[in-house]
Ligand binder design. Sequence first.
Ligand code: DP6
Length: 335
Amino acid sequence: MKSSAIAHSNIALIKYWGRSQEHDPYLNIPSHDSVSMTKYGLIPNTHLETHTTIDFSDVHKEDTAFLEGEVLTGRKMERILKVVNPLRKYANIDRKFKVMSRNDFPTQAGLASSASGFAALAIAAVNAFGISFSKEEISTCARLGSGSATRSIHGGFVYWHKGNSHETSYAEQICGPEEFDMNVVIALVHEGKKEVTSDVGHESAWTSPFNDVRTKKSQGQAIEIKNAILNDDFSKVGRIAEENCRYMHVVMMTSDPPLFYWHPDTLRLIKSIQRLRKESLECYSTIDAGPNVHCLCRPEDTYELQKMLEKMKFVRKTIPAKPANDSCVTKEHLF
Ligand code: DP6
């Protein structure tokens, strides 16, 4: 019972921040819908993907998990068990597992790895048990490990319905990777692990006096951006994504305790992107729970934008990416 999968990370255009207060926090059910682009890195050997192999066998005397060779324990192992245990129960199989996972991008660089990681884990585990789940059902399994992983099951542009139960909080594809013309250039301004993980940050979102407004606005923006994607309206997608990103960071900064994910260079970059947009090339910024900036652009502008960003001395590294295909099972096993 061995299976492997490859899944891609995603950048949120409408951000999930804070779990719904009305449901068991264990389920990672959000308070509004969210939207993302699943990413395929355009640098050889940096496709922004996670490759995971899981094996269920009586040979294993206990459950073990390795990420980049490191044994996972504590909260990290708990999150893996949240995905695997319900499937083990569903399949009515009692075997222990060994799981190995590898990212083709530096985990320390502040690029989200949990979305691709838990998406790959859910796909591999479902396939190892031979369970015939739809992609939408697999997305609910991934959600138990990490909210953003819900969306990484699909390629292209993806919509996560908040739902009101485990079964109804799932992601579906808005359109495939070729159907909406947008790329991103990731600009790294600061590398290193964040001080407060999103996992912890979600718990304090409700303490911001601005969170209710953000939640209502985000729900409307999720629908608006989905329509803009379907209408191939890059300018509208960029404008809404920038605005939604600011709402999330305002909530982070005004939560108790306050969370400042930005680095001084993050703000410098936001302003430079505004200037680039006015003076040379249409691009927009968005930032997840960290200091690095994703710069949204039209595909034909990708490499010119990359060159411009690389000229800025506070930008340490850039990674261009296009919309990825669906995450999938692979025959290549890691062990
Ligand atoms: C800011 O709960 O998916 O990226 O704790 O790393 O699993 P992990 O993150 P997750 O929260 C993601 C928050 C976000 C916005 C988003 O991706 O929607």
